[in-house]
Design a protein around this ligand. Structure first.
Ligand SMILES: [Fe+2]
Ligand SMILES: [Fe+2]
Length: 157
């Protein structure tokens, strides 16, 4: 693989978006750590909005192109879309919990510890998903597209 070429036009450049999303989720967790429920909620909402936008591009734009590769071991399309759905289910659960915590219950710190535990599961899922994209989706997209097509698709991501 020619590295200089890859950097400019590889779908692996989308890993930067994954890093930004991970960072945004951490800022939500920092607010939780400070017991600032309102801030934690608004950062979670911002995270969800950006995650949804990324997922939409993957599902509507990239997965149809990926399907050109045919059957890929460990990479059927339903794995990617199923993980997206599971992640959104987690986020709905976190939002609901935070709405409840806005009423400032007496046991707030303990409730936040519980939330951290569930969020740890979410972070593992997100890590697993990001690795699947890094190892399978993005390299396969590089193989089934031409340089100009990659440039065009990436400009829409
Ligand atoms: Fe994804
Ligand atoms: Fe992604």
């Amino acid at each position: 693989m020619k590295e200089s070429n890859q950097e400019a036009t590889s779908f692996l450049s989308l890993l930067r978006l994954h890093e930004q999303l991970t960072e945004l989720f951490l800022t939500h967790q920092e607010a939780l750590l400070a017991l600032d429920v309102n801030l934690a909620l608004s950062r979670l909402q911002q995270f969800e909005q950006e995650l949804r936008a990324h997922m939409q591009v993957e599902e509507e734009l990239l997965l149809p192109v990926y399907s050109r590769a045919g059957q890929i071991p460990g990479g059927p399309i339903v794995f990617f879309t199923g993980e997206h759905r599971k992640m959104l289910e987690f986020l709905a659960r976190f939002t609901e919990t935070l709405q409840q915590l806005k009423t400032k219950p007496a046991n707030l710190p303990r409730e936040i510890i519980k939330l951290f535990d569930v969020e740890a599961m979410f972070k593992h899922l997100m890590e697993h998903h990001d690795l699947r994209e890094q190892n399978i989706l993005y390299p396969t997209l590089d193989k089934v597209t031409t340089e100009s097509e990659r440039e065009e698709l990436l400009s829409r991501c």
